[in-house]
Design a protein around this ligand. Structure first.
Ligand code: SAM
Ligand code: SF4
Ligand code: SF4
Length: 339
């Protein structure tokens, strides 16, 4: 297959496709889908508006022609989408894709891990904000303790999904006092913990800069108990800055999207559950692909639409954050397009 490599307005190629397969989730994390807003009456997308697996596969197959090499399945919670291993199996048949990963809260992972691995999933990132059950119960908004999540992670390890990264969003006075315990557990279980600066995604989480723990401070805190040294990034555009534990027991990472934006290397395109593409996590609107798909657009038509959108992209929200956050700009929500 002939591949072309269009670049956007800031000279960035397209490499990653993040596919959000559902807007639904079994958690109500306070910083993402606050329970007060996403209550019983909240109307999620009806089934007919969701892209089918065939439609997602088609977009992925077209995207590789303009440079996509990595796919991440996300959500909402990807494991609540019915038959998700079937989608992984379809995507893993695309030769040009080097890597298929998933971001999940792992609540249902124990049940799905083997099927995901057999279907061709390479690796998994689990969001786990704290191992302290009280803290976790509050943060996930559903009162779930950590047991099912931990079992899911250990099962994923057993079936050979590797590496397993554990992402925690750190919020001041919420879970910052529990990060050393999380690191300890990850070191014992050969997992890679990564700490994400709490971000001003969407408009629903009442984000406030005073709740962000900056990565620099976090690394200092970790270093006092578990001495570390910085590690070079493994590839251009890697979002996490990595540190190695000096005693040889693994590494950890920080994702500093607030304090040290990495827009310059951002090669990510996002596909929403209802088939809109977004060129930034903080985008105000997406571009509809479902309508052309359902009105018989050819592969070539779709290729041109995606390519043109990429070539006109000039997003660098995080680099301009301080001038934009207070402007009450309407942004897409994280649960809608995934992390
Ligand atoms: N439900 C899955 C999960 O939680 O892993 C996948 C979707 S979730 C939206 C993807 C990632 O976004 C999670 O790691 C979550 O912690 C992160 N996230 C959501 N809201 C965030 C925020 N305001 N700041 C930083 N990260 C956030
Ligand atoms: Fe659900 Fe993930 Fe958002 Fe938490 S972060 S509410 S698990 S989509
Ligand atoms: Fe990419 Fe937008 Fe995040 Fe910058 S703010 S790294 S352009 S998703």
């Amino acid at each position: 297959m002939k591949t072309i490599n269009p670049v956007d307005q800031l000279n960035r190629p397209l490499r990653d496709l993040r596919i959000s397969v559902t807007d639904r989730c079994n958690f109500r994390c306070t910083y993402c889908m606050p329970a007060e807003i996403f209550g019983e009456r909240y109307e999620f997308l009806p089934k007919e508006k969701l892209l089918s697996f065939e439609e997602i596969y088609r977009i992925a197959k077209i995207s590789v022609q303009i440079g996509v090499k990595k796919i991440r399945i996300t959500g909402g919670e990807p494991l609540v989408r019915q038959d998700i291993p079937d989608l992984i199996e379809m995507l893993s048949e695309i030769d040009e894709i080097d890597d298929i990963a998933m971001t999940t809260n792992a609540y249902l992972l124990e049940k799905f891990a083997q099927d995901l691995k057999s279907a061709g999933l390479n690796r998994i990132t689990v969001s786990l904000d704290s191992l302290d059950d009280d803290v976790f119960q509050k943060m996930n908004g559903r009162g779930f303790d950590t047991s099912k999540v931990k079992n899911g992670i250990l099962e994923a390890k057993k079936v050979g999904l590797s590496p397993i990264k554990i992402n925690a969003v750190v919020q001041k006075n919420v879970n910052d006092h529990t990060i050393l315990d999380l690191i300890d557990w990850c070191r014992e279980n050969k997992l890679i913990p990564r700490f994400i600066e709490y971000m001003d995604v969407g408009n629903l989480n009442q984000w406030n800069l005073s709740e962000v723990i900056f990565s620099k401070q976090l690394v200092e805190m970790v270093n006092e108990i578990f001495p570390v040294e910085p590690v070079d990034s493994s590839y251009p555009g890697e979002v996490a800055k990595k540190y190695r534990f000096l005693d040889g027991k693994g590494e950890f990472g920080v994702i500093s999207s607030v304090s040290q934006p990495f827009c310059g290397d951002c090669t990510r395109l996002r596909l929403s559950p209802e088939g809109e593409i977004f060129t930034c996590l903080f985008a105000q609107k997406g571009l509809d692909l479902r309508s052309p798909i359902r009105s018989n657009a050819s592969d070539d038509d779709l290729l041109k639409i995606i390519q043109n959108r990429w070539q006109t992209r000039n997003d660098n929200y995080s680099e301009q954050r301080s001038s934009l956050t207070n402007k009450n700009i309407k942004k897409v929500e994280m649960y809608h397009i995934g992390g």
